[in-house]
Design a binder for this molecule. Structure first.
Ligand code: ADP
Ligand code: ADP
Length: 225
């Protein structure tokens, strides 16, 4: 059953660019779907529309069968550059989503510490973003998205700054965590390898205008990986 549906989404930007044309996709609960395609095919545009950060020109986004018109607590967006607060420690950055929701300090820090550990950043709780490598910042951004406990994680190339060796370890750890917590993930990449390795569903997009070419279920046997 679908947790998120993109229904006949079109997006035309102010300058006339037709970024998406009649895109319909169903995202099933607990699955990881990859949006795959060349630069400019509308992956980021679609992800932002699903997140409610950008309105579609036509069509609608449904979450749990209800049309949504903006962001909501059931969807968490992981930005490409993570936009960590430079003046705050890793712990405070990761706990920030819960701080905004008014969760008491000890409780939100417990949750944050758990996710900091799960992304392999244990020991860096009291460091500042400037003291971290690019990959470590990226992992802090992931941990922050995980703490807010949204059902759906929307990730725009979340592994782009992480070196290959760390990436594989992180992806494996993260997949296990996401499956344990039954998260649904919509993930943008232009790496076919990453898509095949990680996805339950791969949606192939083409550009000018952005359209769905094909939707594939790779059926990768993770247990054998
Ligand atoms: P992708 O993420 O697949 O690279 P994007 O969603 O970023 O694709 O962009 C899809 C198309 O929309 C591209 O042609 C891009 O140049 C255009 N585009 C993206 N953002 C804007 C914007 N703010 N204004 C005008 N055109 C845009
Ligand atoms: P092993 O060392 O266990 O034999 P491989 O390195 O051969 O595993 O990888 C198995 C398959 O999974 C290969 O097709 C590889 O391309 C793919 N793969 C492994 N790790 C990743 C990753 N992090 N991103 C994308 N594809 C990956």
């Amino acid at each position: 059953d679908a947790i998120v549906k993109a229904v006949s989404i079109s997006k035309r930007y102010g300058d006339g660019t037709e970024a998406l044309s009649d895109v319909s996709i169903e995202f099933r609960r607990g699955e990881l779907t990859t949006l795959l395609g060349p630069s400019g095919c509308g992956k980021t545009t679609l992800l932002k529309i699903i997140a409610g950060l950008l309105p579609p020109t036509d069509g609608e986004v449904r979450v749990n069968n209800k049309t949504v018109y903006g962001p909501g607590p059931e969807r968490a967006f992981v930005f490409q550059d993570f936009a960590l607060m430079p003046w705050a420690t890793v712990l405070r950055n990761v706990a920030f989503g819960l701080e905004l929701r008014g969760t008491p300090k000890s409780e939100r820090e417990d949750v944050a510490r758990r996710y900091i550990k799960s992304v392999g950043l244990a020991g860096s709780e009291h460091k500042f973003p400037s003291e971290l490598s690019g990959g470590m910042r990226q992992r802090a951004g992931l941990a922050r998205a995980l703490t807010v406990n949204a059902d759906v994680l929307l990730m725009d190339e979340p592994f782009s700054a992480i070196d290959e060796q760390m990436r594989r370890k992180l992806q494996e750890d993260l997949l296990e965590l996401l499956r344990e917590e039954k998260k649904s993930v919509i993930f943008v990449t232009h790496s076919i390898e990453e898509a095949v390795y990680l996805s339950d569903q791969i949606v192939l997009l083409t550009r000018n205008p952005g359209r769905v070419v094909k939707s594939i279920r790779p059926g990768f046997d993770r247990a054998a990986g």
